[in-house]
Design a binder for this molecule. Structure first.
Ligand SMILES: CC(C)(COP(=O)(O)OP(=O)(O)OC[C@H]1O[C@@H](n2cnc3c(N)ncnc32)[C@H](O)[C@@H]1OP(=O)(O)O)[C@@H](O)C(=O)NCCC(=O)NCCS
Length: 186
């Protein structure tokens, strides 16, 4: 099964939505049972070239089989972004999700994002493993089996082990609650 990772293009819209609906329809991982696009999602689908977001696809023979997106969150400084990711079942456990998440984080740090946040089910052990491997850590409980996770830029992560270097920047980062029920964590 050959899969390539590339940016979303307008012609991918139908296939991507089909893949998202398939993952949502499993009823296990996402907060909605079908794609319910937020304004940020609508913007990403309509304007692939806008630099404010990343929408990365995993593409199989003919169509998208997965996605990873990073959308800036409307915090005070515009420095926090959220990440969402999904793959069709038969493409899981092949390292694709890890690769997509790592690329997404690299994009975020290059775009001066200072924290990437996400929300996942606590019992989604595969996702938690991937996110932890990429540097995410649990920041909060989000009720009903959900947890919030965050990832900081590599320089800041290194700083955490050397309190004198990193603490000041950590403290000035905005506290962002990602438990907004209106949001689709796709
Ligand atoms: C989460 C997801 C994107 C991860 O992508 P992926 O390509 O399957 O992940 P990878 O293959 O890179 O890594 C999976 C890891 O989880 C491990 N794993 C699989 N099932 C597991 C389980 N039940 N418990 C613990 N670890 C598990 C794998 O062994 C692998 O770790 P390893 O590389 O150390 O062996 C993908 O599985 C997915 O789309 N899941 C459904 C949707 C979803 O959960 N999205 C995230 C919602 S926040």
């Amino acid at each position: 099964m050959k899969v390539i990772l590339r940016s979303y293009a307008l012609s991918d819209r139908t296939g991507l939505i089909r893949a998202i609906n398939a993952v949502c329809g499993e009823g296990l991982w996402m907060s909605t049972s079908r794609f319910e696009p937020t304004p940020a999602w609508e913007h990403a689908l309509a304007d692939p070239n806008c630099g404010c977001h990343l929408l990365l696809l995993a593409v199989g023979t003919n169509a998208p089989v997965g996605w990873c997106r990073v959308f800036r969150e409307p915090d005070v400084q515009g420095t926090v972004a959220s990440l969402g990711i999904g793959l069709l079942p038969i493409y899981r456990d092949r390292g694709i999700g890890t690769q997509m998440a790592q690329k997404a984080l690299a994009w975020a740090w290059s775009a001066d994002v200072e924290r990437v946040v996400l929300r996942t089910r606590r019992d989604n052990h595969r996702a938690v493993r991937v996110f932890s491997r990429c540097g995410f850590y649990v920041t909060d409980e989000a009720g009903e089996g959900w947890v919030e996770m965050a990832c900081d830029p590599p320089a800041l992560r290194a700083g955490r082990s050397n309190a004198s270097i990193g603490l000041e920047r950590v403290l000035r980062l905005p506290v962002v609650s990602v438990a907004d029920r209106e949001r689709t964590w796709l």
